[in-house]
Design a protein around this ligand. Structure first.
Ligand code: FMN
Ligand code: SF4
Length: 405
């Protein structure tokens, strides 16, 4: 994996232009001093910037900071802040790249978020890189709040906010029926701010340079830039930073493509001609993955492999995951194989409706999003399969799916 910053997009923000890890001295030279200011001023700046979460849902960061701070005041308990570096999505590398290249930007953001909500504890949760991050932390002797690095188990679900809060509290890294939500009662039952590491890095820059600067990238409705992991067949996956609104065709080659998977395994397949008319859209960018499917590959087969993985990753506790996702994955495997399909497409549509919105977490919803988009984007391929043949000529698996245990 390489991390690059194509110079056509915007001057470097989060990643070093030379893709070398920045220690604290380099970081301070590059970005200048961080003023901790007063929380009210920072909250106003974050609101004006329009910063949204980069962990998948694109939730306004300002609103989350305010609600955790309020929950802290209401309950009389100092909130906890967790920097979410889990990156459970197998096709995403952006958070690991950011933590490797610019750890101090994330740690600056973590301190700022902690101060803004009045936190008494701070954690950085990651799947790997613990030693590297602990040495980065050891350099930061002036930080007001100590940060504990937590190593998470490798799983698609461990970065879900409730799973994360539970794991940091000493439980299993599995989502729960979370009532009240984590922002009210999370780690050790205290109000908890879970914020993606990329969001925290942007926060550190918004605090330094202001809302106006942040808005010089992106569009008026979607200001800023985002880290994306690009998958182009025949090339190493690449992490780049791009402004919202940038035409997708400037990020990935669309000629000779059948479709692009936007957002990752909870994302959306978009046919290449349609993708060529779209810009980078924060509302559907999910984990920031863009994966090109060439015309010689089968989108149904790729989706079937991912669905099997997603079904196996589910905690299998709620009905939708226990019954729905395995059935959907099995039915999709039938669709992916040329031959009689029976009622499989109607079954998939019906089961998708049945699982949607019924899980304790959004895992079923994200999975159904992928299913529906594949049924639409690859409708012609599904027709060809029903007639007994596949238009793909290369059946080598493309999207990264971890091996089953
Ligand atoms: C199944 C599932 C897996 C998730 N995995 C991650 C993850 O690996 N990293 C992450 O930052 N957010 C992940 N999220 C989103 C988190 O629950 C949470 O919304 C996010 O960390 C909030 O940070 P943000 O507001 O900065 O985006 C996941 C959500 C779901 C439903
Ligand atoms: S919806 Fe699925 S993944 Fe989410 S908590 Fe329920 S069983 Fe677990």
């Amino acid at each position: 994996m390489t991390a690059t910053f194509p110079d056509l997009h915007l001057p470097p923000r989060l990643l070093a232009p030379d893709a070398t890890p920045a220690d604290l001295a380099v970081h301070q030279r590059r970005y200048g001093p961080l003023s901790h200011g007063d929380p009210e001023t920072l909250l106003r700046t974050v609101a004006e910037s329009g910063l949204t979460g980069r962990g998948g849902a694109g939730f306004p960061t300002y609103r989350k900071l305010v609600s955790v701070a309020e929950a802290g005041r209401r309950t009389g308990r100092a909130p906890v802040v967790v920097a979410n570096g889990a990156e459970g999505e197998p096709a995403s590398h952006k958070d690991k790249a950011l933590l490797r290249l610019s750890p101090h930007l994330v740690l600056d953001g973590l301190q700022l978020a902690a101060r803004t909500v009045g936190a008494g504890e701070a954690y950085l949760a990651v799947e790997d890189g613990v030693t590297w991050l602990e040495s980065a932390l050891a350099q930061r002797t002036a930080d007001p709040l100590p940060v504990k690095v937590v190593r998470l188990p490798r799983s698609f679900l461990s970065g879900q906010a409730a799973a994360l809060a539970r794991y940091v509290s000493g439980g299993a890294a599995l989502p729960t029926h979370q009532r009240p939500p984590v922002r009210e009662r999370g780690v050790h039952r205290a109000p908890t701010l879970v914020q993606n590491v990329e969001t925290l890095a942007h926060l550190a820059l918004v605090a330094r340079y202001g809302a106006g600067w942040y808005r010089t990238a992106g569009t008026p409705t979607q200001p800023g830039s985002a880290l994306c992991t690009l998958h182009v067949p025949g090339r190493e996956p690449r992490v780049v930073e791009a402004p919202y609104g940038l035409p997708l065709g400037r990020l990935v080659p669309l000629e000779g493509a059948r479709a692009v998977l936007v957002g990752g395994y909870h994302g959306t397949w978009i046919p290449a001609p349609e993708a060529a008319r779209l810009g980078l859209d924060g509302s559907c960018l999910g984990a920031g993955v863009l994966a090109v499917l060439p015309v010689d590959r089968c989108g149904l087969a790729e989706t079937a492999r991912v669905l099997r993985y997603l079904a196996l990753q589910s905690a299998g506790r709620c009905g939708p995951c226990l019954n729905g996702l395995p059935r959907i994955a099995t039915a999709f495997r039938t669709l992916a194989a040329p031959g009689p399909q029976g009622t499989v497409r109607a079954d998939l549509a019906r089961w998708s409706g049945l699982v949607e919105g019924r899980g304790a977490c959004h895992h079923p919803d994200g999975t159904v999003r992928l299913v529906r988009s594949a049924l639409t984007a690859f409708a012609a391929e599904a027709d060809a399969h029903a007639r007994g043949h596949c238009t793909a000529t290369d059946h080598t698996p493309l999207l990264p799916v971890p091996e089953e245990d």
